[in-house]
Design a protein around this ligand. Sequence first.
Ligand code: AMP
Ligand code: MG
Length: 610
Amino acid sequence: MSEEGVTFKIRFRVPDGASLQNTPPAPSVEMWRSCTALVFTVAAVSTFTPVHALEFCRSADPDCSGPADAQAAHARWNKDAANLTQHLELFKLSCKKLIEALPVDEIDGNFVRTVKNCIFSKSNPTPLRGSLRLAAVSKVVIEGILDVDVAVTRSEDFLLYASGAKLLPGSVPLAHRYGGHQFGYWAGQLGDGRAHLLGQYLNRKGETWELQLKGSGKTPYSRSGDGRAVIRSSVREFLCSEAMHFLGVPTSRAASLIVSEEPVLRDQFYNGNVATERGAVVLRLARSWFRFGSLEILAENGETELLKTLLNFVIREHFPLIRPDDPDRYLAFYSTVVSETARLIARWMSLGFAHGVCNTDNFSLLSVTIDYGPFGFVDSYDPGFVPNSSDDEGRYRMGAQAEAGLFNLERLLVALGPVLTHEQTRQAKIVLKGYLDIYQRRIRRLFRAKLGLLGEEEEEEEDDQLVALLLEMMKDTRSDFTMTFRQLSEASSDQLRSRNLTEMWALEDLSSHRLFSDWLVAYLQRLSRPQSEGDLRRQQRMKRVNPRYVLRNWMAESAIRKAERGDFSEVELLHRVLTAPFVTQDSAEEAGYAARPPLWAKGIKVSCSS
Ligand code: AMP
Ligand code: MG
């Protein structure tokens, strides 16, 4: 593996002759001479197509459908709304399945301690002090997943339930015991230090979701923390989990954000400037909150029987394609996690998303994005983008995420060691060797879709070259990642051919590159094959996979500054806009969300402090 870990090199051929700036005649492969281009970081196989986002919108979320679907969606919505839960007293959670299958800490009490031989500790949330305010709510989650009428969220009771002051029927709050490798080193016991699992909800679609409060007070796993989360990080988690969902990325979800007046002290940049902020709680959901670190802590402590119990539970509940009595089930489980993790990271890379803290305790066993902290969407393309200002060495820079995934999967394999036979371990190592290949194949597929390239496998090498050179040019010219792809989707072929790029600011930046003209000629020629579809269709396809709006740090920051003054209008605007990131929206355009990022965006720092 190279220094960049998963970065690989391919050869891009440029037209023969000295005048690279001149538009060459229609290039044939023979005419090109090679030049090496540094490529995007490595990716994965799957049935998960790049148009997943759109399919998802169509099937599940009326709020995110395009104009053509809107009427039908609303009709569906109104019909379903009649059956929504109107009183939270009728909303039933259950912890039965979890606590019957998985041991709970024998020691009671919310004091910090080292916990052994269990998966959960019972721990009640600590109510936030001062008056509470519902700052944001996701109707799609409240109604579409929790089957509750969103009108209910305006009640006093909702504030109490969703902030931890009152317990929903059936809830037995639990804090999960897990460990993890942080920044490459085993960190020992971590666990839910400020989160409470309220219970599972089986919705009317037959899906089971685990509800969790984050920022709801201390637990046995709080170590030296205060169990709280501040407004800024909670706004970011709320907005980004929803935004990622609508971008088509597997992720935990956010139902609500409640802010309080409870003072919370934070040294935001770890420079001795402690400030008083305010506590907030996010009600978040995932099909499961188990992480790589959930298994690691059991292996580290030699709790092999419990390791088997947890694995059997996870497989039974969440991996329906694996037979629970299969002697190779742990190997099959590992193999699935390897490929799904590769797919997830490829998806992040295709959107210019950097998680920021790719520790094993933040990697889900179900390969969904969890624990939004100092994440970032890259503006000017740079694989060295480090969103977390506390990550001095850039360990979790955007371009190293696939490598971080590989490291985490190695740790997961070590954790599975005690339950695998010698032969299974050998096979698991072979599986892991295939990780980068899976990732690479997935990246190729995603980026081909981003460029609107159709066709068969024989085109792949040429397509790799197009993608590689484009990314190289974007890096050299510091072109905007999101808008370069978006504007390539929005421009007609004629516009591109004549280089009529007025108001296409990202493409204008890109066009300053000395290889741009050559690349464009090659791209346009490639787009003309196969010729069965018109340009409009090509644009439509590309616009469905290249968002116009992502949660850029400056957008989150601007909304947070207002939120901290009690004005949540911009949080609401962002939340609304990001439920349809592929659709041009007037309010988003007015807010400048597709415009060149403001100068102050460059100075924004996001640290681990939250
Ligand atoms: P994170 O960096 O958010 O993934 O958290 C790493 C670990 O630190 C987890 O075990 C968290 O529960 C814990 N943690 C983070 N912040 C706090 C806090 N304010 N109070 C208690 N535990 C925390
Ligand atoms: Mg975490």
